[in-house]
Write a protein that binds this ligand. Structure first.
Ligand code: MRU
Length: 315
């Protein structure tokens, strides 16, 4: 699976809007086309957005315009801004974009290795959204932990992730291909399964981690963390250092993207809500640090994350 393919003079992005039915690539030849692809969810997932943006800057030879247009594409995942900052300082743009891409795969593999140490034999792992190969340069963060635990006879409960269905369409697809047992549920079934003792651990990704350990991730993550606490189920966040934003003091300062109403009132041309109804569609929520058992990054596992521990980690 190659979600992001660099071809020297163009970037090819696996079109995640039409997965799993169709495997087609969208070609981008400049930063504006990459920004459009990010905005339209052709490519999504925090690290993947960062990698695509880096290649976008390289395609437009680092023009001022390229930085501005890419910075406006999506607001929540900090990896985008982190990648743009790196590209601003780079001398060889293509080499830097490639380095960001390669380093993300390496970070994910390390996250997987470290995270797997926390996963018990036969664990039933719940995950939310898609923090897999599709959401990164490859291998995945939360799904990296799951991939690295494959030899432990684990199984996965994938939440469908309303409204955009990243769990049902993307995570389920990755796991079926990988031969990892996966059961799909709707988001509202999670609490019931936890109360029945059918979930051993929750592992999710992140879009931005504030200095105090609060985590922004796909909408619904906060509710899962509350449920996990209630049922004494460990709740882990897997994310590379490029997702940490030490400039943001706590989760309340993280910008939360509001997406179009049409994603809630229907899906792919089918409308089920009445015309005229008011709609909210925040794409992310914030899980407070005190609900998080541990954050798994390439530098180690931070148990019971807080400001002091994250400062020490990043230093
Ligand atoms: O709106 P999306 O699909 O870009 O949201 C993705 C998520 O929330 C992921 O959990 C997060 O980016 C981590 S991906 C390794």
């Amino acid at each position: 699976m190659e979600p992001i393919r660099w071809k020297g003079d163009r970037l090819e992005l696996l079109d995640q809007r039409v997965l799993p039915e169709k495997t087609v690539y969208v070609t981008c030849r400049n930063a504006a086309e990459v920004a459009q692809a990010i905005r339209d969810m052709v490519v999504r997932g925090a690290p993947a957005i960062g990698c695509a943006a880096a290649f976008g800057v390289a395609l437009s030879k680092g023009s001022q315009d390229s930085f501005e247009i890419l910075a406006k594409s999506r607001p929540t995942a900090v990896n985008l801004f982190w990648a743009l900052e790196r590209m601003k300082k780079a001398k060889d743009l293509e080499a830097e974009a490639r380095a960001i891409f390669e380093a993300d795969i390496a970070a994910n593999r390390e996250i997987g290795r470290l995270g797997a140490e926390l996963i018990a034999e036969r664990a039933r792992i719940m995950t939310h959204c898609n923090a897999g190969a599709l959401a990164t340069a490859g291998y995945g963060t939360a799904l990296g932990v799951i991939r690295s635990s494959k030899n432990k006879n684990i199984s996965v409960i994938a939440n469908e992730t309303r409204p955009y269905l990243q769990g049902a369409r993307l995570t389920a697809w990755e796991l079926v291909q990988e031969g990892i047992p996966c059961t799909l549920i709707t988001d509202s079934m999670a609490g019931h399964l936890m109360s029945k003792g059918e979930v051993d651990v929750v592992v999710v990704g992140a879009d931005r981690i504030a200095a105090n350990g609060d985590v922004a991730n796909k909408i619904g993550t906060y509710a899962l963390a509350v449920l996990a606490k209630r049922h004494d189920i460990p709740f882990y966040v897997a994310a590379p250092l490029s997702t940490f934003d030490p400039k943001i003091p706590d989760g309340s300062h993280i910008p939360i993207e509001e997406r179009p109403a049409g994603e809630v009132t229907g899906y792919r041309g089918t409308r089920w809500a009445p015309e005229g109804v008011a709609v909210r569609n925040p794409a992310f929520d914030v899980t407070p640090a005190d609900l998080i058992t541990g954050i798994i990054c390439e530098k180690g596992v931070v148990l019971a994350p807080n400001r002091e521990k994250l400062e020490a980690l990043i230093r």
